[in-house]
Design a protein around this ligand. Structure first.
Ligand code: SF4
Length: 416
């Protein structure tokens, strides 16, 4: 251990110092480095992901929690939003995806502009500040439909934030309209697009992507589109999908790459780790001998905690995806580096199509209850993480969920 990183963390947190000092020399050095504001390397990130010893793992979680509280204080944020998946028709054939349908399938869907605007209006009336819009790459779709969606919503709801179109959709719309990424994204921004989801990142590694997506959208193109979006003033989230054919080395390299992009553009609002939901996914069902059934509990914990540590000073928000993990696990992760519970969603179909068991909506009141039960303070934010209301001594208005739940109760674990 060199002098600089040798046990010099001193912010009067005796318990944290004590716990870190119980860990192995390598982990101790990395954690003290991070606590002292020094960027940890990709290899060091891999070492954190690979930690096996109980004391090492405990020290990693406590460090992530400490950094999270340092940056975000006791607040845990959420956004009131609605997911609108305007089509599930897609012929791209990504192997991890069980959301996509063929045009002729009975369950294929296409929402016209009236329906998209109707759903947006319904969301606005229920207090949403954001609609999150993504769809499959429908082979018959006109590339200008992306523009039409934004124009139609903005003409009715000028103050609604539109967070829409993954880099894969931007790639598709640009190719269909024969526009450059830059002019396509600039046009969308001019029409009122507010930000884009950084989905379709999966794992930014060429070999892994070849197996997951047939490399239709390469890692290089994903990076190029994200950087272009940031350059025209469209911020984005960042994601990682893990727990399939990937490894700790891939995770660390993916997070390091996101960190490099952030240094250059400053355009990422948050990182959202997305665990691979294996049930019924062709990637798993056709390759059971080599594909894992999603991440283990420990890997989920480490993904959120190590991301927090690696991104310290670069990306302040680590969001947990409750549709993938459920509300109980989401609450547990608030003590491992997570400061954001994402959106209320109102309708969520991608995770459920891939077999996730969780519901379509957790209302603002329920999200607040989950946060409060963890002795933290709920705060409603907008898409860009500006705080709109802090619920110190009051609660969000209690409105029933939009879609009937069929027995799903996100708060059931609070009473057990
Ligand atoms: S992940 Fe997206 S692009 Fe790939 S098949 Fe599914 S809907 Fe299509």
């Amino acid at each position: 251990m060199n002098e600089l990183t040798q046990n010099i963390f001193c912010d009067n947190n005796k318990n944290l110092n004590f716990e870190i000092n119980k860990s192995s020399d390598l982990i101790k050095e990395i954690l003290f480095k991070s606590l002292n504001g020094i960027e940890i390397s990709e290899d060091e990130g891999t070492s954190l992901f690979k930690a096996k010893n109980k004391d090492d793992i405990n020290a990693i979680y406590l460090t992530a929690k400490h950094i999270c509280r340092l940056v975000n204080k006791e607040k845990v944020t959420f956004v009131v939003n609605r997911n609108i998946n305007f089509t599930n028709v897609c012929h791209m054939g990504c192997r991890f995806c069980n959301f996509a349908k063929r045009m002729k399938d009975k369950t294929s869907e296409w929402l016209d502009l009236d329906e998209i605007v109707y759903r947006s209006q319904e969301a606005w009336d229920r207090g949403a500040s954001e609609v999150c819009i993504q769809g499959g790459l429908h082979p018959k779709m006109d590339g200008k439909y992306y523009f039409d969606i934004v124009k139609a919503i903005k003409s009715k709801l000028p103050d609604m934030h539109i967070h829409a179109f993954s880099p894969f959709e931007i790639w598709y719309g640009s190719s269909k309209t024969r526009m450059t990424y830059k002019s396509f994204l600039s046009e969308l921004k001019k029409m009122g697009l507010g930000s884009i989801p950084g989905t379709a990142a999966e794992i930014l590694d060429t070999e892994i992507r070849k197996k997951l997506t047939k490399n239709k959208l390469s890692a290089e193109k994903w990076v190029e589109i994200i950087k272009t979006a940031h350059s025209v003033g469209l911020p984005s989230s960042a994601t990682i999908m893990y727990g399939h054919i990937d490894s700790p080395e891939n995770w660390s390299s993916h997070i390091s790459l996101l960190r490099e992009i952030q240094k250059e553009t400053g355009g990422f609002t948050e990182l959202v780790p997305l665990s691979f939901v294996y049930e019924d996914s062709p990637l798993y069902t056709q390759n059971k001998h080599i594909v894992r059934k999603g991440p283990t509990e420990e890997e989920v914990n480490k993904m959120h905690a190590v991301s927090r540590i690696m991104l310290h000073g670069f990306i302040d928000n680590i969001q947990v995806s409750w549709p993938k993990l459920g509300s109980k696990r989401a609450q547990e992760l608030l003590n491992m580096g997570v400061n954001d519970l994402g959106g209320t969603l109102m309708n969520e179909s991608i995770s459920r199509a891939a077999g996730a068991q969780n519901g379509q909506e957790i209302t603002a009141r329920e999200i607040s209850d989950i946060i409060r039960d963890a002795n933290l303070t709920p705060a409603r934010r907008n898409t860009l993480y500006e705080i709109k209301e802090v619920y110190e001594n009051h609660n969000p208005i209690d409105i029933p969920p939009l879609v009937e739940r069929n027995g799903f109760d996100p708060l059931s674990f609070l009473n057990t």
